[in-house]
Ligand binder design. Structure first.
Ligand SMILES: Nc1nc2c(ncn2[C@@H]2O[C@H](COP(=O)(O)OP(=O)(O)O)[C@@H](O)[C@H]2O)c(=O)[nH]1
Ligand SMILES: [Mg+2]
Length: 692
């Protein structure tokens, strides 16, 4: 279709647990709609949606990919999303800008943990959706069981829209209960054809058709009355009820099929074009006037001012940056110029295009509902709103989830440090869930992300895209040192070397402060036993000495030093001499004050299904963690607690394996606490070894 209107667009994301066949389903869409001659296959790396090497190597989707098809005079924009929890921000960011979603549930496994997560996202954005029970041709595929798990775990009423004909090896087609037609694969024409409903299915088909009609009637009072009168609904009434029910997500269809066998795809795509909302049906979208809370709305109308939301950025080492966005209102042509309302700046634009897998198809003009891309924007990032400069608007963006695992990175080749920083920053452009910073205390470059695989993939991309190889190490824990006792100590520095000597003499009271108290210096000198001009130097000397503690070289905190007494020499005293005297006194004194190690403690929040409760709490205890509270939400438990940072450096992969991937957690720094003696000994011994 060369030309289409907003009302014939359907914007769709395919979501679900990893490995349920999302990418294969998209390939089947492309193939059956005539977009591709032969279906791309995930398994042999020929999928047009999983086109990145990191995806082909692992056979999983890491990054969302877009394409589009023409189906029954409609334009369907399709986004294939990653199912792995390491990459869900991308999935969420895509759900933010579509008008409906297809949720895949594997016919063997039923609902899995990531199904529940993406389902929650679909709820968050109030998306119309349908469930597709996929891979019906696999051994042990069981439609009824999969539907039961949907009813049990997704907590919403669902309605069967199609029934499978056979299962496993014998899966040969589907009965579409909305059109009351059956579909099978035509080997010659290489597409689905309409067949008779198998005679032995008549009864069950009628049973589920009746339920379907009743469920449709329930979406509308008027329809319900008619249904109660005639116990039937006219095709028009069904049509209206279906649209209304699906658009409001009151009606959630369950379909089934097999992407690899191209079965059940026609009923699915027909459901999308007939009953799913177009951008026009969605109507006005809401944002704010830039920099204010003032609400602004835009209609999906070509004559409205232009507005679009950026949902993804791709860092291409050759083509530069690609910015993917969805148009909400107005039109865009390249010569129009581009305004970024979130950042209040103008961008130069080149060609506009649709991104089909990795292929760029240039397009003259964009209309409301289009999902398109521009190359080489300089300042625009994921989440930004592009809009008319005269009528600016900013749409709410997706919150980026906090990182949960960190590694210290260093370039394999010395001298590549600058390249490391620029490469990571370019990857952050396309993936805002990567966090990168230099730790002030440990001086390590820290790369953080949403899981071990996320970090590994990031490192692989750095190598492929920028030719940069790095080593990953467990980051150092930023321990600190403090004191538990107090003392009074003399710090004295005296040097006689031929000419002018050096002399400084101080008396210091050293005592602990409460945790978090930092450092206090109190000048208690009375009279002029140490002249005013030398006293700040004493403090300076102490502060410098505090940078490296006596136990293991960590910064010393939470103490007060009072300068109480001392003496000076009219010729030999200098700021330098008093600085050294302060430093010497401090180092000597701290040893007399029961020095001890402190470690960072984090607040942790862990969410797990009930059945893992015992294991997860047992494990948390073995990590010296404390449980502070528990909440149950549905079949889930939320555990709140505190645990030493040193014990959760690898928690992401550990929790993943402990809970078969179903547990999630977040944490944030809380405070410092004393390290138990038996652990402190080891840390001190380690530091002596490193220092030697
Ligand atoms: N038997 C069978 N296998 C399928 C079907 N769809 C996908 N697969 C396989 O399931 C695996 C995961 O598929 P993929 O499309 O990558 O799933 P995704 O992770 O949800 O995108 C691959 O090995 C596919 O070949 C199907 O309908 N039937
Ligand atoms: Mg995939």
């Amino acid at each position: 279709m060369s030309k289409y209107e907003t009302k014939s667009i359907r914007n769709l994301a395919v979501i679900g647990h990893g490995g349920t066949g999302k990418t294969s389903l998209c390939e089947s869409f492309l193939h059956l709609s005539g977009k591709t001659d032969r279906p791309g296959r995930v398994d042999d790396g020929t999928s047009s949606m999983d086109y990145e090497p990191e995806e082909q190597k692992r056979h999983i989707s890491i990054s969302a990919a877009t394409s589009n098809i023409d189906w029954d005079k409609h334009r369907i924009n399709i986004i294939d999303t990653p199912g792995d929890s390491n990459f869900t921000f991308d999935t969420k960011s895509c759900l933010r800008i579509v008008d409906g979603t297809v949720v895949l549930v594997d016919a063997v496994a039923g609902v899995e943990f990531q199904t529940e997560k993406v389902w929650e996202y679909a709820d968050e954005f109030h998306l119309p959706r349908l469930l597709f029970v996929s891979r019906m041709d696999r051994e042990r595929a069981d439609f009824e069981k999969a539907v039961a798990s949907i009813r049990d775990r997704l907590g919403r009423k669902v309605t069967l829209f199609s029934l499978p004909i056979g299962a496993e090896n014998g899966f040969s087609g589907v009965v579409d209960l909305t059109s009351m037609k059956a579909f099978a694969f035509d080997e010659q024409k290489r597409t689905e054809k309409i067949i008779d409903i198998p005679a032995d299915m008549a009864e069950i088909v009628q049973k589920y058709r009746d339920i379907l009609v009743e469920d449709i009637a329930e979406t509308d009072d008027e329809l319900m009355n008619k249904y109660l009168e005639n116990s039937e609904l006219s095709p028009e009434e069904l049509q209206t009820g279906l649209r209304k029910g699906i658009v409001s997500a009151a009606l959630i269809p369950v379909l089934c099929g097999s992407a690899l066998k191209n079965l059940g795809i026609h009923p699915l795509l027909n459901t999308i074009v007939r009953y799913f909302p177009s951008p026009e049906d969605i109507g006005a979208v809401t944002g704010t006037k830039p920099g204010t809370d003032e609400v602004e709305t835009r209609l999906p109308d070509e004559s409205a001012p232009f507005s679009a939301l950026v949902f993804k950025t791709i860092a291409d080492p050759f083509a530069g940056r690609l910015t993917l966005f969805r148009v909400y209102s107005g039109t865009l042509k390249a010569e129009q110029g581009l305004y970024n309302a979130s950042r209040k700046l103008n961008e130069r634009i080149g060609t506009l295009f649709f991104l089909e897998g990795k292929v760029q198809k240039p397009v003259e003009m964009l209309i409301p509902g289009d999902i398109a891309a521009i190359a080489k924007l300089k300042e625009t990032a994921t989440g930004d709103t592009l809009s008319s400069e005269k009528a600016p608007i900013v749409y709410p963006k997706c919150e980026v989830p906090p990182a949960i695992i960190s590694f210290a990175v260093e370039a394999k080749t010395r001298g590549d440090e600058d390249k490391l920083v620029t490469s990571i920053n370019r990857l952050i452009d396309e993936d805002p869930t990567i966090v990168f910073h230099r730790d002030d205390q440990t001086r390590e470059m820290i790369l953080s992300g949403l899981g071990q695989i996320h970090i590994e993939v990031t490192v692989e991309k750095m190598k492929r895209k920028f030719g940069l190889e790095v080593n990953l190490k467990t980051p150092k824990v930023p321990y600190k040192e403090t004191i538990k006792g107090k003392t009074t100590v003399q710090g004295r520095y005296k040097k006689q070397s031929g000419g002018r000597g050096q002399f400084g003499d101080t008396w210091l009271d050293i005592e602990p402060l409460p945790r978090g108290g930092g450092f206090e210096f109190v000048d208690k000198i009375v009279g002029g036993v140490i002249p005013q001009q030398y006293r700040p130097a004493v403090e300076k000397g102490i502060v410098e000495a505090m940078a490296e503690g006596v136990l293991a070289g960590y910064p010393v905190v939470d103490l007060r030093v009072s300068l109480t007494d001392g003496s000076y020499h009219t010729v030999d005293s200098s700021e330098m001499a008093f600085k050294i005297a302060g430093s010497l006194g401090f180092k000597k004194g701290v040893l007399e004050c029961q020095p001890t190690l402190l470690e960072p403690i984090v607040n942790i929040m862990i969410e797990i299904p009930d059945e893992y409760m015992g294991d997860v709490i047992g494990d948390l205890n073995s990590r010296r963690g404390k449980v502070l509270g528990m909440d149950s939400v549905g079949h889930h438990q939320i555990i709140k607690g505190q645990v030493p940072l040193a014990e959760i450096l690898k928690y992401a992969p550990d929790l993943r394996s402990m809970t078969s991937g179903r547990g999630t957690f977040t944490f944030e720094h809380s405070h410092y606490e004393e390290v138990p003696a038996y652990i402190a000994e080891k840390i001190i011994a380690e530091s002596k070894k490193d220092g030697a």
